[in-house]
Write a protein of this length. Sequence first.
Length: 275
Amino acid sequence: MTDAKVPAAIEAVRISKFFGNFAAIRDVSFEVPRGQVAAFLGPNGAGKSTTLRILTGFLKATEGTARIAGLDIATHRIDAAAKIGYLPENGPLYPQMTPIELLRFFGEARGLSETRLAARVSAVIDQCNLGEVREKAIHKLSKGYRQRVGMAQALLHEPDILIMDEPTAGLDPNQIREVRTLIRDLGESKTVLVSTHILQEVEAVADHVVIINEGLVVFDGTPREMAGGTGLEEAFYRLTANGRQGRDAAQKSEDARKSAAVGDENEESDQGGGQ
């Protein structure tokens, strides 16, 4: 008898979102297994942020299902949210607060006990290297430090899953290096989904890559599979520069995924029959 399949940490199952007649995303499907760092790539306007907002419960899908650790985000919003740390692009930081005040505010809103909150604030201040600015008003901080504050609030309740939307956007090279190092470190103990349009992020942090273009998934695989014999830059251009090419690539990627799934099912059947 085989063990029941452990659900993926993050699942998008044929998700679509329509604004009137406009389809922001259509039939988006992918999984991020537990313990992986996945890069969610795409040009500006491809549908990355819309997808992440649906996965985190901030936006309702028109069609399809989003699951976090096996929980349907539409029907188990609170339970799923407890497992997620979310860093949106240009995240909600209160500029007059200090990092300490902001973290305490978010911790109290999440219902952390006084003892646990004090311990967690101290831990994320250290983890995100905010010690020097912990008592400084957020509006006086550089963008790099503000991004660290955003990461600290996402980590505050010790989530198993982190979802980050463009975490290195607008940062200087040194700040980008620091954020990538933090993501790699977090990936050792958590599942991480990072939205970006920067190919260097893939090489620096990702185990898995999902590419979206014009609201459609056009690639789902490893960085090596994406690069093939041409390299990441050429592969990204091929998948996203032309809508029709992207759709053709999406179909090939979906066919390959279905073929792999059938192969896994057959293998499980053979193993079951031999027991």
